[in-house]
Design a protein around this ligand. Sequence first.
Ligand SMILES: [Zn+2]
Length: 149
Amino acid sequence: MNIKYDLENNVMQIDDIDLYPENLDTNFIGICNSCNSDVISLSYHDHDNGMVVAGKCTECDLLYAIFYDNLWNWQGEEPIVQFFDIDNSNSIKFLDSIDRKKLETIFTPAETTAMYAKARGEKYVRQYLYRARKKYNDFYELFGIQINI
Ligand SMILES: [Zn+2]
């Protein structure tokens, strides 16, 4: 199981599926395996006919994904060690959803590379992104797809 968490937006991603929080209740939910301190919930998510709760150790800041069935029986837990940014993730999904040929019609490869890099939160050549941005209106007029990256 591949678990990632966006601490800013409280979104959990399990095997590439985004789980938005059902609520952000703060409850005591267990004891940290690492330092025996309290683990407090950050967010609750529907998952697989049950719930998964993101919890954070109050002492060492370790994060856990704790799984329950629909009767709140404990099913297991995993440490969360990978983090992501849902905004970047959505930008990438959005770009990937656009037919590559459409992108190539309007944007040069350098511009496309800059758009992807920006969407991933990586370094990009500003000049190319600026050029690409000037073409977003053209792209919208041609294909009816509004890019905002
Ligand atoms: Zn701890």
